[in-house]
Design a protein around this ligand. Structure first.
Ligand code: ATP
Ligand code: MG
Length: 404
């Protein structure tokens, strides 16, 4: 599962609760699952939301708060309790710790102290970097030209990852105007990215899963908006909050980007661990790829995340040789997917993923291999032999064509 900690906050005093909430909302390692202003309601809140951590302010009524801690020790043994108080009274600290508090922080709580306390809790819960759990893997899929196979890859990669019961996988269709991931999955979703971005502050773990469309493969789809008029409602900031919530919920997130490289797409490129750039071995595509790489160099850390995926390998007409293509793009190719137009068109038109439609086809095996390669490799593995494009300037493009 994800290493994001899901929190429930209890503080009967509005001002201190708001201050804590503000701090929590700014942290990307936590997700605020629920908040509560009454000590007596907190056991129910924990029963419904099952957070990893309960943050409890003792000050409104220390006696009530201590007896609550005692009760939660048996009612919610899996929830780590972090208490906050203005008091530095050793007696109160001792009582709180004996009642089951894992951490005691003096308010006003400093961000650094809070982060350290959460890191200690996370270490015990997830076993640190070497533990069984690991953080969410986020793959952004973009293309160097229209129709290169991004959605086909995003959908089928998603279904393959979702076929492992240990994974929970979400696919986000960021091709906001004309995305078609829903068609590939033959679904008519009830909700879209608009509903989720508009309600992100109110959504919790369960509600989020219900707002996404679950495909029979196990893949959850968050589709593009229905109306073009709504697109402006999605901003990079609102999207970052949705990503935060998804990260707290899923083990894998796949994002199918638009070909517009808008601010929205850039928010996804920033968020991803790996950026798969899908290309075909033709002149416009490779030319765009070199240009894209030069632009990506301007963004911190983006070049290191790039993985070039060549699609439709084996397509004869007008194809540039792989060796020549590698020389031109100046970095190695991470993965090659064979050409199989008949199967891929069937997959799209029938709305049935490769695993089901053509389980034995070589293209299915190839995407399966890509899924396991990505899943088992450390994120952002640089595969570049040299990240500087070898060819630049208009004259060099002619060199793509095989000599007659
Ligand atoms: N490996 C492949 N072999 C043959 N055909 C393929 C392959 N991958 C994808 N296709 C076909 O290419 C076409 C475009 O694929 P797809 O819609 O996935 O591309 P895209 O990059 O998402 O396009 P867009 O730019 O419209 O978003 C589809 O008809 C699909 O069936
Ligand atoms: Mg597409």
């Amino acid at each position: 599962m994800s290493n994001v900690l899901r929190l429930a906050l209890l503080d009967p005093t509005d001002s201190s609760r708001e201050a804590l909430k503000k701090m929590l909302l700014g942290m990307d390692i936590v997700w605020l699952e629920a908040e509560c202003s009454r000590y007596e309601f907190f056991p129910d809140v924990l029963a419904q939301s099952s957070p990893d951590v309960g943050v409890i302010n003792l000050d409104a009524d220390p006696d009530k708060a201590i007896s609550l801690l005692n009760r939660l020790r048996t009612d919610a043994p899996d929830c780590s309790l972090l208490v906050v108080s203005k008091s530095t009274d050793g007696q109160l600290i001792l009582q709180a710790m004996r009642a089951g508090a894992r951490e005691f922080l003096t308010s006003p709580v400093g961000l650094e102290d809070f982060m350290s306390a959460l890191a200690r809790i996370s270490e015990t819960k997830f076993g640190g970097a070497s533990g069984k759990s690991r953080s969410t893997r986020i793959y952004a899929i973009c293309g160097a030209s229209g129709g290169v196979g991004c959605t086909s890859l995003a959908v089928n990669l998603g279904c393959m990852l979702a076929s492992n019961p240990a994974n929970t996988v979400a696919l986000v269709d960021l091709d906001l105007a004309i995305g078609d991931a829903d068609v590939f999955l033959d679904t008519i979703p009830d909700y879209s990215l608009i509903d989720v971005t508009q309600n992100v502050a109110r959504l919790d773990f369960q509600l989020l899963k219900r707002s996404l469309t679950k495909h029979s493969s196990g893949l959850y789809l968050l589709p593009r908006p229905v109306q073009l008029q709504d697109l402006s409602l999605i901003t990079p900031d609102s999207l970052r909050r949705v990503f935060g919530l998804l990260k707290a919920t899923f083990t894998h997130i796949i994002i199918d980007l638009s070909k517009g490289y808008t601010d929205i797409d850039h928010a996804a490129l920033e968020f991803a661990n790996d950026v798969l750039v899908v290309v075909q071995l033709d002149l416009p595509c490779l030319r765009n790829l070199v240009r894209l790489q030069m632009s990506f160099d301007q963004f911190d850390g983006l070049t290191e995340k790039l993985k070039i995926v060549v699609n439709r390998v084996g397509l004869e007409s007008g194809q540039i040789k792989m060796k020549k293509a590698k020389e031109t793009i100046g970095r190695d190719v991470f993965f090659q997917i064979p050409n199989d137009y008949r199967t891929m068109v069937e997959v799209r038109n029938n709305g049935i993923p490769l695993l089901e439609q053509a389980p034995k086809a070589p293209i299915t095996a190839a995407i399966k291999e890509l899924a396991s390669l990505l899943d088992n490799n450390p994120a952002s593995t640089a595969t570049a032999e040299d990240s500087t494009p070898a060819a630049s300037g208009s004259g060099s493009w002619l060199s793509f064509w095989p000599k007659k």
